[in-house]
Design a protein around this ligand. Structure first.
Ligand SMILES: Nc1nc2c(c(=O)[nH]1)N(C=O)[C@@H](CNc1ccc(C(=O)N[C@@H](CCC(=O)O)C(=O)O)cc1)CN2
Ligand SMILES: Nc1ncnc2c1ncn2[C@@H]1O[C@H](COP(=O)(O)OP(=O)(O)OP(=O)(O)O)[C@@H](O)[C@H]1O
Length: 229
């Protein structure tokens, strides 16, 4: 059938939300976002300083507990790819976990900053293989073998009960998860002291599936359905 002479219609009505006072929608306005970004910057600095002030031996034992928690969560990793990270600024050191994943028949990868403002890439790497220096001098695999991990460990600077993550402010993980063809399982990892009441999630923020700390697992609250009366 030829529909050329049928007047064009939109699939859905045009959205006028941008004309509505943000306060009416319960959304923060521009000034509030500016305040939130300033607050986030302060919180990042406070939380990084606080974890660096914790004795290295305590951080190391927390790292072991977090690694054990992650291993229990991921279950059978054989044939799967787990992306971890090269720790800096007091992040939990989960490098021994990579050995264990390889021992169990899994493959491991590290995140690579290709360019600021662009999604990360994940390159296969396992302990013992050569590294080189990437952007901000972060160690990255010397040989570039890009992959799509099944599980991504995302180190948190801060986190909240809804499993939103505060990182270093580059927006890398959010951009990367938004761009991936299939969403991996995303596990935030950090110290329990990094908990915040809320990170004031912005529209681009993507919640982690769970957060593993040295004291246990944080899961977004399970929603309950109230029966009709
Ligand atoms: N260990 C580890 N590796 C990782 C991450 C991570 O969170 N931890 N990333 C997770 O994303 C990516 C790197 N993300 C980073 C984001 C910002 C800065 C940083 O130093 N930013 C500057 C400000 C830069 C700017 O404003 O342009 C700073 O904080 O001084 C460093 C790493 C990939 N590798
Ligand atoms: N999907 C996206 N598309 C475009 N810009 C994005 C996206 N995600 C985040 N950004 C931008 O990145 C900036 C930093 O975001 P945010 O404060 O959430 O970083 P972060 O999660 O703490 O950082 P990181 O993941 O690098 O550790 C923000 O200005 C945001 O607008």
């Amino acid at each position: 059938m030829d529909n050329d002479d049928v007047p064009a219609t939109f699939a859905s009505p045009a959205c006028f939300m941008h004309e509505v006072d943000p306060a009416y929608l319960g959304l923060p306005d521009r000034q509030t976002w500016t305040d939130i970004n300033r607050w986030r910057k302060n919180e990042r600095e406070r939380l990084i300083a606080a974890r660096l002030a914790v004795p290295a031996a305590v951080r190391a034992s927390h790292g072991e507990a977090i690694a054990a928690g992650v291993l229990a969560e991921i279950g059978d990793v054989s044939g799967r790819i787990l992306s971890a990270y090269w720790p800096f600024r007091g992040e939990p050191d989960l490098r021994p976990l990579l050995d264990e994943v390889v021992r169990r028949g899994g493959r491991t990868a590290l995140p690579v900053v290709v360019e600021k403002g662009r999604p990360l890439e994940f390159h296969l790497w396992q302990p013992g293989e050569a590294l080189s220096r990437g952007v901000w001098n972060i160690p990255i695999p010397a040989e570039a073998r890009p992959c799509l991990p099944d599980i991504v460990l995302a180190p948190v600077v801060g986190y909240d009960a809804a499993c939103y993550r505060l990182g270093y402010g580059g927006g890398f993980f959010d951009r990367t998860l938004a761009a991936m063809p299939t969403r991996p399982r995303v596990i935030g990892v950090g110290y329990s002291a990094a908990r915040l009441a809320t990170i004031y999630p912005q529209p681009h923020d993507i919640a982690m599936d769970i957060i593993v700390t040295e004291v246990g697992i944080v899961q977004p609250a399970v929603s309950t359905v109230r029966a009709f009366t």
